[in-house]
Design a protein. Structure first.
Length: 204
């Protein structure tokens, strides 16, 4: 900035051009800090004029990052969508009147039976939520940390292995840790064998 009102900003490399008068003085500022003023008449116009400003780095408050709690997330998801998870397709129901005489018909149930679009949407949403819940459960047990620890694969191998040998929900849900980890070991052996075979085929 010059005292005559001319200003400029530097590019990404710190270079700048500014139009000044010989009677001007210039100064520099950054993040609220300013330099003293320098008389243009005392600056060597052919050598350029370099200057640096020292600014203390901004310190941010400490942020602790904790891994997501699968069980807590699952519980919250169940609570948030409880109405969908508990949804049952309406059916014909008979009710007993409070008087105890005869049998009545539940009109709400009959109306619900004929709300076809709504019923289909709710059932489809319910299936999607259940599928997502199953996938998250598999992700919880069949995770990168466990796979890498057991197989000692590098990052690219882990990604490929986890896609090719992703276990089913039923197996993941019912198997003990011993059986589940043994599956990962056996699958890793098969994965290595496939890689060796593919390399040999490429050589041929």
């Amino acid at each position: 900035m010059s005292t005559s009102g001319h200003g400029t900003t530097t590019d990404s490399n710190g270079n700048y051009i500014i139009v000044v008068n010989l009677t001007d003085s210039i100064y520099f500022s950054y993040l609220g800090r300013s330099t003293q003023k320098f008389a243009v008449s005392e600056i060597n116009r052919y050598a350029g004029f370099d200057i640096a400003l020292h600014v203390n780095p901004t310190e941010l408050n400490e942020v602790r990052v904790a891994p997501r709690d699968y069980h807590l997330d699952s519980l919250r998801n169940r609570q948030e969508y409880q109405k969908v998870f508990d949804y049952k397709k309406p059916g014909f129901e008979l009710t007993s009147p409070n008087s105890g005489l005869g049998v009545g018909v539940d009109l709400d149930a009959i109306i619900g039976m004929f709300q076809f679009k709504k019923n289909r949407r709710m059932l489809a949403f319910q299936r999607r939520l259940e599928d997502e819940e199953r996938d998250k459960f598999i992700d919880h047990r069949f995770n990168r940390s466990i796979v890498k620890k057991i197989t000692h694969f590098d990052d690219d191998e882990v990604d490929s292995f986890m896609v090719k040998f992703r276990p089913s929900y039923e197996f993941t849900k019912t198997s003990t840790d011993y059986v589940f980890y043994d599956y990962i070991k056996l699958a890793a052996k098969q994965f290595r064998a496939i890689k060796i075979r593919d390399l040999e085929l490429k050589k041929d």
